[in-house]
Design a protein around this ligand. Structure first.
Ligand SMILES: NC(=O)c1ccc[n+]([C@@H]2O[C@H](COP(=O)([O-])OP(=O)(O)OC[C@H]3O[C@@H](n4cnc5c(N)ncnc54)[C@H](O)[C@@H]3O)[C@@H](O)[C@H]2O)c1
Length: 256
């Protein structure tokens, strides 16, 4: 399958082999795309270096803390120098302080609210602004979201509010970038056992709840997120923008 042959992409959000970003990156790579990666900081460098290295020793790898404008600027300057242009960008980044994902939502501090929105929602806008000038042949930008943006999922708390901001930003970005043939969409994934997910209190119960209540009676597999990411990145999704695509074994349609 070479659905993405000749496409150049950048992936934000690989922390380890369980990261959703890694599942999508593998699928993009298999479909023929050439990829650059970023990692959050020194702590994760080795992990990401090892994974990205499996795509070739010359794979472009750069540090990027998405809360730092200077990091973002440097990343897109380097990508411009190495690739000359860009077609794909994956935003698979989120964070909220742990205590905000444990107690009651009403106790969310101003600082936890600010951090969650800065890392998990504003960053999509900042990264899209960095990527767009390089997407001279059009492009596909994909963010990762979760159902807690629209319904109350106990403990998801401020992250749900940040995901609502991310989804709304997806629509506004799709409007701004549409004339440049750049599409912006989100994948709303069912629960997947990753580093970020384990920070949510009661996450294991969430997996069990989905298995019991989703129409398909199981949880989503990382490969299935990769396949959807590949579709959204491909020309086959050429008329799809500003959308939230649910890849959750059907859980989102349930009322009870
Ligand atoms: N795991 C799930 O159940 C699930 C479900 C739906 C959506 N999502 C979303 O998928 C995305 C990826 O999460 P994941 O589950 O793969 O977990 P993960 O921990 O593997 O990935 C989260 C990534 O965010 C990065 N990050 C956090 N703060 C950052 C910063 N300041 N600068 C740069 N990078 C930063 C981390 O380094 C990490 O790579 C997130 O947006 C998450 O909300 C996850």
């Amino acid at each position: 399958m070479s659905q993405l042959a000749g496409k150049l992409g950048i992936v934000f959000g690989v922390a380890n082999k369980r990261s959703i970003a890694w599942a999508i990156a593998q699928a993009w790579h298999k479909a023929g795309a050439k990829l650059a990666f970023t990692y959050q900081g020194e702590r994760l460098k080795e992990n990401v270096e090892e994974l990205a290295g499996t795509f070739g020793a010359d794979t472009l790898l750069m540090p990027c803390d998405v809360t730092k404008d200077e990091d973002i600027a440097r990343v897109f300057t380097e990508v411009g120098q190495k690739f000359g242009k860009l077609h794909l960008m994956l935003h698979s980044v989120a964070f909220a302080p742990k205590d905000a994902l444990e107690g009651e939502f009403i106790n969310t501090s101003r600082e936890a609210f600010r951090v969650a929105h800065d890392v998990s929602a504003y960053s999509l806008i900042a990264l899209a602004r960095g990527a767009a000038p390089l997407m001279t042949e059009g492009g596909s930008i994909i963010g990762m979201t979760y159902y807690g943006s629209e319904k109350v999922v106990p403990h998801y708390n401020v992250m749900g509010v940040a995901k609502a901001a991310l989804e709304s930003s997806t629509r506004y970005l799709a409007y701004d970038l549409g004339p440049k043939k750049i599409r912006v969409n989100c994948i709303s994934a069912g629960p997947v056992n990753t580093l970020a997910a384990r920070g949510i209190a009661g996450f294991t119960d969430m997996l069990k709840h989905y298995e019991a209540h989703a129409p398909l009676k199981r949880n989503v597999l990382p490969d299935e997120l990769g396949a959807t990411g590949t579709f959204l990145a491909s020309d086959g999704a050429g008329a799809i923008t500003g959308q939230i695509i649910y890849v959750d074994c059907g859980y989102q349609i349930m009322g009870m």
